[in-house]
Design a protein around this ligand. Sequence first.
Ligand code: HEC
Ligand code: HEC
Ligand code: HEC
Ligand code: HEC
Ligand code: HEC
Length: 224
Amino acid sequence: MSALDDKSTDASASGGAADSGSQDSPRDKGGLAMLIAFIIGLVGSLVVGWVVFPKVLYSTREQPVQFNHALHVEETGGCDSCHYFREDGTFAGVPTLDACLDCHESAIGDSEEEAKFVENYVEPGIEVPWLVYSRQPDCVFFSHAAHVEKAGMDCVTCHGPVGESTSLKPYQENRITGYSRDIWGYDISGIFKKHEWDSMKMDDCARCHERETGSKGACFQCHK
Ligand code: HEC
Ligand code: HEC
Ligand code: HEC
Ligand code: HEC
Ligand code: HEC
């Protein structure tokens, strides 16, 4: 106890030379209380910023149908029966129903998810309104042909291991911007980016462009 007291007296004596020798102990208590208040405030705002804020900021929706990529890649032998480049070079993106009909004209198994898919979409001929995690705002121009066909990039680089997944994660939408959560990423500080696909903001696109092509690109490259 006395060692501690000595220390704090020392500290305030050396730091507070201009205080013209005022009483030490009330000042120390005030300092300690302020430090505790600061720590509580800091921890509180970190909790609000990292845990509460993202919960409030994003609304969550389930996909209309669950889809198992691993199972289907095994069945079809690859990605391009569903995700392919059309004759004109444009990317087909998310598949339409006709990519499913060869096998699901009627239910082939007895899973509940397949029954729901066949009953709600296949039989009435309604396209599944899939929610696209990687969707960019309308002002952004992106071309798969330039990246996949010309630059030879892998799907995994930008999307992560979606092709090996057995289920679709819930879709999270930013209530303010309307963007998908996958654009800003799940770590809101953005400091701990481990994979290219952790976030796909403007800076993320530009960073790779600078690395790969030596230039960040002019605004009109990505904004038409
Ligand atoms: C039998 C059809 C089928 C096959 C084969 C298939 N996919 Fe998909 N894929 C889908 C459907 C349906 C979705 C829509 C789900 C969604 O919105 O994410 C999808 C979505 C995706 C998405 C997410 C797009 C987004 O941002 O929402 C990626 C990435 C993807 N597939 C990659 C792959 C890769 C890589 C392969 C091969 C290893 C593959 N897929 C094989 C049907 C297929
Ligand atoms: C090459 C054949 C084939 C194609 C094409 C195909 N599927 Fe499947 N699908 C299967 C098989 C096999 C199963 C497993 C059925 C079982 O045993 O329950 C399955 C299961 C499913 C299930 C339920 C099981 C689960 O966990 O996902 C859904 C939903 C589904 N498929 C949706 C789709 C959609 C959507 C498409 C088109 C984008 C599609 N399938 C295209 C063969 C196919
Ligand atoms: C350079 C990064 C990059 C690579 C590589 C890439 N994608 Fe994408 N993908 C994106 C971006 C960005 C979007 C959103 C585009 C938009 O909203 O205009 C997207 C959108 C998609 C979508 C949804 C498209 C839609 O609008 O329906 C699918 C499906 C998809 N990608 C699958 C794939 C597959 C399969 C591959 C590999 C063959 C691949 N992507 C390679 C970045 C990439
Ligand atoms: C991991 C690397 C990488 C990421 C991430 C990436 N790009 Fe690219 N992008 C490239 C490379 C490499 C090229 C050059 C392709 C070529 O022309 O050889 C390119 C080219 C382009 C082009 C020019 C296409 C053309 O007409 O030739 C546009 C537009 C573009 N990217 C937009 C985007 C946008 C928007 C994003 C983010 C949503 C993005 N890119 C993310 C690597 C990347
Ligand atoms: C490599 C591609 C790329 C380049 C180059 C680029 N942008 Fe972007 N920009 C994006 C993407 C992707 C987004 C959406 C994600 C985000 O908000 O970070 C975006 C978003 C924006 C937005 C916000 C739009 C909104 O609806 O929220 C503005 C404003 C903007 N860019 C301006 C610019 C200006 C000005 C330049 C030139 C100095 C520029 N961008 C260059 C890819 C690019």
